[in-house]
Design a protein around this ligand. Structure first.
Ligand SMILES: [Cu+2]
Length: 69
């Protein structure tokens, strides 16, 4: 299991947080997701054999947010 922290710009409310969580937990390789609205940050625990960080970033981007590692 690997943990990555991504800085996410554009989240403004709890709905955004839930949207980001939903997008990430859709990946079967993602085990745990914590999203902080205050810090604009997501901490993701995932199985690197099942999902790549690039996929996670792309999914957040597709949901309408800007991701910076
Ligand atoms: Cu929102």
């Amino acid at each position: 299991m690997t943990t990555i922290t991504l800085n996410i710009q554009g989240m403004t409310c709890g709905g955004c947080v839930n949207g980001v969580k939903r997008v990430l937990t859709n990946f079967s390789g993602v085990r745990q997701v914590e999203v902080s609205l205050e810090k604009g940050r997501a901490t993701i625990e995932y199985d690197p054999a099942q999902v790549l960080p690039e996929q996670l970033k792309a999914a957040i981007g597709d949901a309408g947010y800007d991701v910076k590692t």
